[in-house]
Design a protein around this ligand. Structure first.
Ligand code: 6PG
Length: 237
């Protein structure tokens, strides 16, 4: 069962999402493992968390941030998800550098995927995921207008990867991508899709109806599934 929360416009959606994520972090104890989405939609959310009142409420010293996917480009490249997140949020908040876990964007993509998988396993403290102990507190995901999420892109081999936690994705986009796979994304206490704009309306409706022909439609967290959308994306849902 999934929950849909609809806000009037993108700014109200970002404000609501910021309040929601802070409440999740405040309610947690110990490490708060937050798996970030890339793309453009979450940028405003990140900017809000980097300013009062949310910045002061977030327990940054125990927040750990990861990326569900990355474009395989240098971290100073305009397309880098890490760069977007660093500029919008991370360089403005007191999160310890050791709590920031970026995906490498240079060298060999398969090596970068393997290294990130090792980072996740080390953080988790075990080589097998236990449904009773999710790796992430919150996984934030976006939704592409082709139904992809993270870099689980239609027609790529990443969709069928059930063993590796992280894999390189070739052919789905002009640049190579690195993405977490379904088992890892699903190892979340909550997966929250953040979706805005009428271009996403059809895909959001199909995903919410359980259309497993879409990559985003196959996300099935061990915990709960939440859709945060603006009115344009939600339509008359
Ligand atoms: C990426 C994202 C990707 C994104 C969707 C939506 O690296 O691009 O991880 O999955 O969330 O494509 O992107 P927008 O938010 O830009 O519409």
């Amino acid at each position: 069962m999934s929950d849909l929360q609809v806000l009037p416009d993108p700014e109200a959606l970002a404000q609501h999402a910021a309040s929601w994520i802070v409440e999740q972090a405040e309610a947690s104890s110990g490490r708060f493992a937050w798996n970030l989405s890339g793309g453009s939609t979450p940028k405003r959310l990140y900017q809000l968390l980097a300013a009062p009142p949310f910045r002061e409420r977030m327990p940054w010293s125990r927040v750990h941030v990861f990326w569900g996917d990355e474009r395989f480009v240098p971290h100073d490249h305009p397309e880098s998800n890490f760069r977007m997140t660093r500029e919008a949020m991370l360089e403005h908040v007191p999160i310890p550098a050791a709590n920031i876990h970026p995906i490498a964007g240079e060298g060999d993509p398969d090596d970068a995927a393997g290294a990130y998988e090792a980072t996740l396993r080390r953080f988790y403290g075990a080589d097998a995921l236990d449904a009773a102990r999710p790796l992430f507190d919150v996984t934030l995901l976006g939704l592409g207008d082709d139904g992809h999420t993270a870099s689980l892109i239609p027609g790529t081999s990443a969709l069928g990867e059930q063993r590796a936690w992280v894999t390189a994705v070739r052919g789905g986009r002009p640049e190579v991508r690195i993405t977490m796979t379904y088992p890892v994304l699903d190892s979340s206490r909550v997966v929250a899709f953040l979706v805005a704009g009428d271009a996403k309306r059809t895909m959001l409706a199909r995903v919410r109806s359980g259309d497993r022909s879409l990559p985003a439609g196959r996300i099935a967290p061990v915990g709960s599934l939440l859709f945060l959308a603006d009115q344009a994306a939600a339509g008359s849902a």
